[in-house]
Design a protein around this ligand. Structure first.
Ligand code: SF4
Length: 221
């Protein structure tokens, strides 16, 4: 039976160090966590690029931009009115309470986690992404790719947030850089192979994946 640790090792052999999350600063990470909701990363990149036309992406600049200008800048990420409003709320709330992302990163995990989860638009995946990639807290980010891959490979029958996190923290607990990279590798696997219609033939996990093995058995009969 394949485990989360097996998956990590196979993915590391295939992808190595991914450098995920792709951003120039912790501020840009936070902006990206809102923009990526319900859209592809390609659309996020376009929106970030558009924001960069006005200078480096910072919470200070986002907070001081007019809602209209922000909507125009993030339009390519979809749901742009909602995202512009959420971005501005989040940026201004962080600056009001902490003054900067760096200062927020000095606070205790429970304090920042409770603060962030009470801000509109910060769901579990967004919260964990900010905690891990912007604040350097050792938490694992679970997204739709993670759930799909853990289920298809057979690591778990019914993966949920709690069980996935427990399985990953069993072998990567406290290792912030490895936790960052594991999520990055899962994003790549999901984009490259484990799509809605999976491309198992060339997938690096196919020899141990329950879905791929059972489909190969069926086609051999
Ligand atoms: S072998 Fe297929 S089902 Fe399994 S992880 Fe790869 S793409 Fe997904």
């Amino acid at each position: 039976m394949v485990t989360a640790e097996n998956l990590y090792k196979i993915l590391y052999a295939r992808y190595g160090t991914t450098g995920w999350w792709p951003a120039d600063s912790p501020d840009e990470v936070i902006v990206g966590t809102i923009l990526t909701q319900n859209t592809s990363w390609t659309n996020v990149e376009k929106a970030i690029q558009s924001l960069k036309e006005g200078g480096p992406v910072s919470l200070k600049r986002i907070c001081s931009m007019s809602t209209e200008d922000l909507e125009v800048a993030v339009r390519s990420s979809g749901f742009y009115r909602q995202k512009a409003a959420r971005l501005k709320d989040l940026a201004c709330a962080i600056l009001r309470k902490y003054g900067s992302v760096e200062a927020m990163a000095m606070e205790a995990y429970d304090e920042t986690s409770n603060f962030l989860k009470n801000i509109k638009g910060v769901g579990q995946e967004t919260l964990d992404s900010i905690l891990l990639y912007a604040l350097g807290q050792p938490v694992f980010v679970v997204d739709k790719y993670t759930t799909r891959i853990f289920q298809r490979t057979g690591i778990m029958d019914r993966p949920d947030l709690k069980s996935i996190k427990s399985a990953v923290h069993l072998f990567l607990d406290g290792d912030t850089e490895a936790l960052k990279n594991f999520h990055g590798m899962i994003v790549y696997l999901g984009k490259d192979y484990c799509r809605t219609r999976p491309l198992c033939r060339d997938c690096p996990v196919n020899k141990v994946c329950a879905y791929a093995v059972s489909n190969a058995d069926q086609s051999a009969q």
